[in-house]
Structure formats: structure tokens, C-alpha cells
Design a protein around this ligand. Sequence first.
Ligand code: ATR
Length: 283
Amino acid sequence: MSKEQNFVKTAVIGHPIAHSKSPLIHNHWLNAYGLKGEYTAIDIAPEALESGVRQLVEEGYAGFNVTVPHKQAIIPLCDEVDTLARTIGAVNTVTIRKNKLYGTNTDAYGFVQNIRSTLERDNISWNFSGGKAVVLGAGGAARAIVYALALEGAPEIVITNRTLEKAERLVSLAPDIIKVVDWEARDQALEGANIIVNTTALGMDGQPPLDLNLSAAPTGALVTDIVYAPLMPPLLEHAKSRGNPIVTGIGMLLHQARPGFELWNGPLPTVTKKLETAVLEAT
Ligand code: ATR
């Protein structure tokens, strides 16, 4: 093998894609590790997915991230999809080797690593297995998060969602420990919680705030939100003011990008304050 490093082409595909922060994150790391390569954002409409992906293979891409609306549609186009992505039902990271596509999902990893690294940074002692998890929302992000919570040893997971049937569809991820609760009963569901996760878009810039009364939640319950614009949505402000440990959402976006970078470029990159600031400034 030549010592000269090849130029590694990678990308994120989605529709629309202009808003994606992934190019900033990956190009920051390529630069930080002195690697030759480029990560671009490629808009592929749903009807052009198969031909668009074939073109990436032909052009010698090492892999790509997959975002809305292709995370499910990419599955049958992959030659192999690992158990994690199959269980979550979505692929967000594809590696191309010898013209074959290998799909995985790094959202569960991103969720867990964001919490672990924040706990370490803030010197907080807290464990996933310490009690009940309460998850608000039942969309695509919730699926990966509920599965991550089950893998990390949450003894019970309560899911509450405006549309009850969507929450019920998540039960099969861990039927022995998942319970579904009406959206109207969400405040009471917080009693005895060890972790509270907002996976809905509520609280995001331009969206209504999440109406959640934390009074019943223990002050030791970790409160986290996948929303990162703003970085401190009202839920996290409220949780912080009553002394709960909090974890902001930006880290999930940054940490979920790490395994893909490692698969395509070699090093498992680190998430730095500098990178976090750059992404937040671009948001
Ligand atoms: P993602 O893939 O990011 O999770 P999604 O699949 O569109 O996005 O899911 C959005 C989540 O936010 C859903 O749980 C949605 O509730 P429904 O399943 O009832 O649609 C929730 N959500 C969005 N707007 C909401 C609102 N105004 N009130 C309550 N929940 C809301």
C-alpha cells in the first residue's frame, strides 16, 4: 500500500440539505487531523435516491451520511445493514467498500456519548440504570433514543406522545420495560424519573415551547433535549433553575458524527469546545 494518503470523498445526502451542519463538522475534523479529503452536502430528491447513491459509488466516495427524508429508504439499497440500524429502523451512516454499501446508525451512540461527556465535563455522578426514563415524543429521533436507553440499562422507559399510536409502535424495541402514557398525563409521569428526554421539536426556534411541569420530577433527574437551537430551550432553563443536571442537544449532533468519520478516515475524532462554538455560530 502506498504511504500517500488518498483524497477521501464523503458527503451527507438529504432533501433539503442546505441547512446541514455535517459539512462544517467533518471538514473541521479533516482539517484538525491534517487529512486529505472533503465532505460535501448533496441534495438528492426521493425519486432520485437510487441513481444518486449509484453515482456516489461510481465517483469513489468512501461513504456518506443520510438524513431526512432518506433514512428508511436507504435500507433496501444497502448490501448490509447492521443489527443496530435494523432495530432502530433507520440508517444514517453508510460506508462504501469495494462498491458495496454498509449501513449503520450512530444516533443512539451520539445520544449516549453526549450525556457521558457532559457528565464527565461537569463532574456529575449519574447512571442510566438508576431509575425510570421518560421520553417525550415518538418520531425518528425517539426510536434511537429509546433503544439507547434500553441498551444502557434503564429499568423502565415511559414514552409519551401527542399521537398515542406512534408511541405504541416503539414498544417492540424493549417490550418488557416500555410503558406508554397519554400525552395529557406527561407531568405526572415524571414522578420518580431518573432521566427526562425531550425528542419533540417543541422548544425549538419557531416552534411552540414544550408545556411540561417539572414539579413531580426528582431534582436528581437528568434533563436533556435534542433541540439545540436555542441551546437552552425553556425546558432546560427550567430544569437548571431547580437544580436538575442538564445536557444540551448540540452534543448529540456532534457525537453522532464521530463513528462515520472514523469509518471513512481512520481517527475517532474528538468533540471540542471550538467545534461546538463553530456549529452553534453557524446555526
Ligand atoms: P424527529 O425525526 O426529529 O423525531 P418527527 O418524526 O417529525 O421528527 O417527530 C416529531 C415529534 O415531535 C413527534 O413525536 C411529534 O408528535 P406526533 O407524533 O403527535 O406528531 C412531536 N410534536 C411535534 N409538534 C408537536 C406539538 N405541537 N405538540 C406535541 N408534540 C409535537
